[in-house]
Structures are given as structure tokens and as C-alpha cells.
Design a protein around this ligand. Structure first.
Ligand code: ADP
Ligand code: MG
Length: 469
């Protein structure tokens, strides 16, 4: 920014200085040229129709030849010390007559001689005589040759060089000031970013950055960036915390079945003392415990996946999945009445996850239904509703039923680990859907779950295949 400001100001300053200098130069030299013309006009040397003297009664060029040693006399100068000028007449032959009282002469080059020979034309030129710089007007004087009038450029040169010096000083100061201001502005502008970077670095360097957040002040871009950064940290913290909790909860929950299995195995050591029936019951118990343990580990692994959407989602017919799950329940619990009303529903996602969620919901419904009870399963507008006629939820439990390892007090006697509904919620969220638990007004639990917006089903799609038993 310092460099950019410096360069921009430098360009502007140089442009202004150059044009100011050029302006003054042409102004001053123009004035000088004007004076030279005025001075030249005092000499009636032109070959006018009236001959010499036609422009002035006082003929200062009486027509004598310079070779005879006669110079030209300067006309009376302007009153009060105006520049009198320096005169020189160059005869067509090339010989030079000086103004009266003059000793130096203006160098005569081929161009002057040519003009003197022709006696026609006029031009301005610069020349050096000794140490003085002069401005010369060369004017044709007809048969007399060429009149050269000169004025010193010393004053003009002096004025121009002091102006040049002033301009250079101003330009240099301007450029330096601009660069300095640019650097200052850049520093000021970048200071908050530097502070921001330092803050994030210090957070990143902290091994356990929990609770550490950036300070957000103001409403500018940086504040928004800090806010976003904090939001990201929040999400990260939540996710890490969730994983930690899962590990802690899971290891806690695994302890009980492992302890039970261990106790049972210890009993088996003294098998001889048990009756054959007890022995059989003990073995069956151990196997059941192991099955539950396996299921629990499977659930924990499933939960550890989090609610990340599938990397390669496919088209999933939810109605087909529900039909299959219902068939399995019918086989396992034939006493229950299953009321099924399914709309053909297509969503984008992972069939296995949806199937697992549906199985968990039906499993709960079976578990809590009274013997011979009825379970209603409906699928409409992409929302699956499963309703049973059991005791329903305790009102105070409803906000927590989808939490991991949450089990109502009266659920402890039943099989399960409290992960079923957590898996359902995670599957729904992975599909951009939702879950909802409520009690039906006439009693019984109602669970509603969506697996994301259903896709348009083309007419050609076959109705969901109902897998026969
Ligand atoms: N259909 C239902 N009727 C009544 N309570 C239920 C029902 N489904 C779930 N719950 C309650 O929600 C808790 C969590 O369910 P879930 O996560 O499936 O765990 P689990 O079935 O292993 O106990 C259950 O322990 C139970 O208290
Ligand atoms: Mg369950």
C-alpha cells in the first residue's frame, strides 16, 4: 500500500511539476521573444515600400557598408531602464556590423548567412556568447542582410532553475509523504488482521482450546470473520464433546454386561454342583448376555459414525424398507396386529441406515405394546408415523428420549440399552430429516420421522415389493 500510494502520488506530482515547469518556461521565453520583436521593430531595416526610414524618421542605418568600420547605433532605449538589447547587422556578404559601443558579437552560422543573403525571413534561436546565454531574433533586412537582436537569457534561466529546484523539492517531499502515509494507512488497516491472526494462532497453539473464543467487536468484515471462526469452533467443540461422551457412556454401559458375563462364567467353573437345568439356564443366560453385548457394540459403532450424510447416496424406497421391517416384526411377534398404510416414497440416502432406524422404531413399538396390541404404521408425504397402544412416554422424558443411553426408569427391566432412538435421530439428521416423539391423546406412543424431502416418483415406478414371509 505504501508503494502504491508513493507511486500514484509520484506520477501525479511529476505530471504537475513537468507541466508547471513547461508552462513557466514557454511563458518566460515567450515574453522575451515578444521583447525581441519589439526591439527589432525599432529598426527600420525592412525593405518596405518606402525604403529605409519608412517606419521611423530617425534612420539609424544610413546604408553605409560595415566594411568601412561603421557599426549600428542602438536606438534610444525605453525609458526607466528597460532592456536595451544587443544589435548586430549581418550584411549579405556575411560581414558583421555591431551596434554602437558593443564589442562582443553573436556567432554567425550558415543559417544566419543564408538569411542575410536572401534578406528574407525570421527566426528565433538560442546562443552562447562567452559565459552568457542569449536569445536571438534573426530578421531579414532586405538588401541590408539580416538584423540580429539579442537579449540575455540569464534572468529567465535563473527563474527557471530556481523553479525547477522548488518543484523537485516539493515533488520529493510529496512522494515521501505519500509513501509514509501509505505505509501508515496500511499498518492501521492491517493491524486488526494481525491481531486476529495472533488470536487464532494462540487458540490453535493451545492443546485444549475449549471455551477459548475470539473477541467480537464492531460489525465490520473482521467481526463477521471472527463470528464465523467462533461458530466453527463451537461446532468442532460440540462434535468432539459428543464423541468423548459417547466413548465415556459406552465404556460405562459395557461394564455391566461384561461383569454379568464374568460372574456367570465364574459360576460355570463349579458346574458339577449345579443341576443340569440350572446349567442349561446359565449357558442360555451367558449367550443372551453376549448377544446383547454384541448388539450394544454394534449400536455404539453405528452412533460413532455421527450424522454425516452418506458419501454416495442412492435412491431409497422407504415404503419397501418399512414393508420388509413390518414383515420381520409379524414373524417375530405374530400376536400383534400391524396396521400398515404406506405411500410409495422415494428419498435420496442410505438404505441401510433408514432400515436400521425403522427397525429400531418397530422394535420399541413391539416392546411397549400390550400383548395382542395394535401397531399403526403410516407413511405419508415422506413422513413415517409409528404408533402403539402401550403406556406411551413419561411427559418429562419426551425431551430426552432421543439422547444416547436414555432409558425411562420402567425400561430398565426390558432389554435394550437406550441407543435405539439415538440411532433413529442420527439417521434422520444424516438425511436432512427430523424425529418427533409424542403421546397419542388416547394413549400410546407416536413417533414421527422424516428422511428428507421425498423425490418425485415417476408413474412408471412399480409399487414397493412386499416381501412374503
Ligand atoms: N414406543 C414406546 N413407548 C414408550 N416408551 C418408549 C417407546 N419407545 C421408546 N420409549 C422410551 O424411550 C427410551 C429410549 O428408547 P431407545 O432409545 O429405543 O432405547 P431402548 O429401547 O434400548 O430402551 C426407552 O427406554 C423408553 O423409555
Ligand atoms: Mg429401543
Amino acid at each position: 500500500m505504501g508503494l502504491a500510494a508513493g507511486v500514484a502520488v509520484a506520477l501525479a506530482v511529476v505530471a504537475v511539476a513537468v507541466s508547471a515547469y513547461a508552462g513557466t518556461r514557454s511563458e518566460l521565453r515567450g515574453q522575451l521573444d515578444q521583447s525581441l520583436q519589439t526591439l527589432a521593430a525599432r529598426y527600420p531595416v525592412g525593405p518596405g515600400p518606402g525604403g529605409f526610414g519608412s517606419r521611423s524618421p530617425d534612420d539609424r542605418f544610413p546604408g553605409r557598408d560595415c566594411d568601412q568600420g561603421l557599426g549600428i547605433n542602438a536606438p534610444p532605449g525605453p525609458a526607466f531602464g528597460g532592456a536595451p538589447g544587443f544589435y548586430q547587422l549581418v550584411a549579405p556578404t556575411g560581414s558583421v556590423c555591431l551596434g554602437s559601443g558593443e564589442s562582443s558579437r553573436i556567432p554567425v552560422d550558415s543559417r544566419v548567412r543564408a538569411l542575410a543573403a536572401s534578406g528574407q525571413g525570421r527566426y528565433f534561436t538560442d546562443a552562447h556568447v562567452g559565459s552568457s546565454h542569449i536569445r536571438v531574433l534573426v530578421e531579414g533586412a532586405g538588401p541590408r542582410g539580416a538584423l540580429m537582436v539579442a537579449l540575455p537569457l540569464t534572468d529567465v534561466d535563473h527563474a527557471l532553475s530556481s523553479q525547477l529546484l522548488l518543484l523537485v523539492v516539493i515533488a520529493a517531499a510529496g512522494i515521501a509523504l505519500a509513501a509514509l502515509l501509505g505505509i501508515l494507512v496500511a499498518r492501521t488497516a492491517l493491524a486488526p488482521i494481525a491481531r486476529f491472526t495472533r488470536a487464532t494462532e494462540s487458540i490453535a497453539a493451545t492443546p485444549d482450546f475449549w471455551g477459548q473464543r475470539l473477541e467480537v467487536s464492531g460489525r465490520d468484515e473482521l467481526a463477521r470473520l471472527a463470528l464465523t471462526f467462533n461458530t466453527t469452533l463451537d461446532a468442532l467443540e460440540r462434535s468432539v464433546q459428543a464423541q468423548r461422551n459417547l466413548v465415556a457412556d459406552a465404556s460405562h454401559e459395557l461394564r455391566t454386561p461384561i461383569a454379568t458375563i464374568r460372574a456367570n462364567l465364574q459360576l460355570m467353573r463349579e458346574e458339577e454342583r449345579l443341576s443340569p437345568d440350572d446349567r442349561e439356564a446359565l449357558r442360555a443366560d451367558v449367550i443372551e448376555e453376549l448377544d446383547e453385548l454384541t448388539a450394544l457394540v454394534g449400536d455404539v459403532v453405528e452412533l460413532a459414525r455421527g450424522s454425516k450424510p452418506a458419501a454416495e447416496p442412492g435412491d431409497v424406497r422407504v415404503d419397501a424398507i418399512v414393508t420388509q421391517a413390518v414383515e420381520r416384526v409379524r414373524r417375530r411377534a405374530p400376536a400383534l396386529t400391524m396396521q400398515v398404510a404406506l405411500e410409495a416414497t422415494l428419498v435420496r440416502g442410505e438404505g441401510e441406515r433408514i432400515a436400521r432406524a425403522v427397525a429400531n422404531l418397530l422394535d420399541n413399538a413391539c416392546k411397549w405394546s400390550p400383548p395382542g396390541g395394535e401397531v399403526e404404521v403410516g407413511l405419508r408425504n415422506g413422513i413415517l408415523t409409528i404408533r402403539d397402544h402401550g403406556p406411551g412416554f413419561h411427559e418429562q422424558d419426551i425431551p430426552y428420549v432421543f439422547d444416547r443411553f436414555h432409558r425411562a426408569r420402567d425400561a430398565r427391566s426390558k432389554s435394550g440399552s437406550g441407543l435405539g432412538l439415538a440411532i433413529v435421530r442420527q439417521a434422520a439428521e444424516a438425511h436432512g430429516g427430523f424425529v418427533q416423539a409424542a403421546n397419542a391423546p388416547e394413549g400410546g406412543a407416536v413417533l414421527r420421522v422424516g428422511f428428507g424431502a421425498p423425490l418425485e416418483l415417476s408413474e412408471a415406478v412399480e409399487p414397493a415389493p412386499v416381501s412374503a414371509a
